[in-house]
Design a protein around this ligand. Sequence first.
Ligand code: DNO
Length: 365
Amino acid sequence: MRMVFRWFGEGNDTVSLAHIRQIPGVEGIVWALHDVPAGEEWPMDKIMEVKQAADAAGLHIQVVESVNIHEDIKLGLPSRDVYIENYKKTIVKLAQVGVKVICYNFMPIFDWLRTDMFKEMSDGSTALFFEKARITNIDPFDLVRQISENTELTMPGWEPERLQHLTKLFEAYKGVTEEHLWENARYFLNEIIPVAEANGIKMAIHPDDPPFSIFGLPRIITSQDNLRRYLALHDSPSNGLTLCSGSLGANPANDIVSMIHEFADRIPFTHIRNVKVYENGDFIETSHRTQDGSVDIEGIVQAYHQEGFTGFCRPDHGRHIFDEQCRPGYGLYDRALGIMYLWGLWDAYSKQASQQPADRKVSQA
Ligand code: DNO
């Protein structure tokens, strides 16, 4: 398992590369050009700026998250071909600077979505929170109307200045079903996977977060069956997964340990984090520790260990602790604690595996 840490770039992150370098066992950053709009080709000079900064800090840049996909590709519009060509050019450039894994997602309109970024927890920390009733079975056009009439109603991602843009996108997705998304994903994969393969890059789709429909939009990367179907759309070692335990874990029916065993050789990248899911479907992002949430983090690390996992791993969203001011979910402290928990489990499983049964008997005697 190779540990990496997400970094949003100079001037765009409260965490410094120097601090990332001090977290035990972290070898590289997970990065992106966040100011390049989806669909545009990434400029080499900006890629090189990140590479030079990472090199100077003793960290590598082998994992990119994300090269985002233009909505026209997900919608299957004729204009998609231009954006797909740009995507291919970006893949080639990233390979030239040593990138090995590109994470991306296929979620319509929204990436991960929460209703509260700083929900207070009983220990005084705050964390990302999802209130299901505010998102599912809600007519997005009603929500736009309500928010424009009462600006105090706003929700992350629904800021008043985005409402017009959101309305247009929701219009565009009217009538787009899950089956359309599957077809548009296949078209995209058939175009880009051969380019990734030829350039030694593994594409790694991130699950939908949360893993169910929101605002009536179709979502397909949600379950073990759907992950299997996605991998089969274009069968290649370059068509892989970013197996994210927090995203998939928001649906308690998802058995992540079973997914790890089934898809082990198609997981170049994993996000490991915990969520506590309540009976009404709400969830909050707790510490990484198994006991604090609903996801069996120990079982997950053990499954990776049993599979001899050599891919990249990052902790995911953390709580906001020790009074840290940071991007929601992306502080230094709780994610660093998360890493130490993951290493603790990993090292213990390694030790256990290296002890022959005979040795164990001796030490027990
Ligand atoms: C949240 C992340 C997502 C993820 C994208 C992948 O922390 O896991 O924003 O980066 O969905 O494309």
